[in-house]
Design a protein around this ligand. Structure first.
Ligand SMILES: [Zn+2]
Length: 77
């Protein structure tokens, strides 16, 4: 498969999908995707995208929860 962004070759692999919505942030591990070996862009098949939307709708219980630290960039200056 060719990357739609840069035309590079993609590789079928498992990735961690990161969802960032309003007041909600979660990860889905072991998601099959095509990853471009040039620009790193991840492409999901329509079927996989449908499955990922189910997680966004809160249909499943998470297997684990991580605490995500949040920093303010201005604190470093
Ligand atoms: Zn690419």
């Amino acid at each position: 498969m060719k990357c739609v962004f840069c035309g590079g070759e993609t590789e079928h692999t498992l990735v961690t999908f990161s969802y960032e919505g309003e007041n909600r942030h979660f990860l889905v591990e072991n998601v099959p995707a095509e990853v471009c070996n040039r620009c790193g862009e991840k492409t999901y098949s329509p079927g996989v995208t449908d499955e990922l939307l189910k997680f966004a709708k809160d249909k499943f219980k998470p297997v684990k929860k991580l605490e995500v630290p949040v920093y303010d960039f201005n604190e470093s200056r």
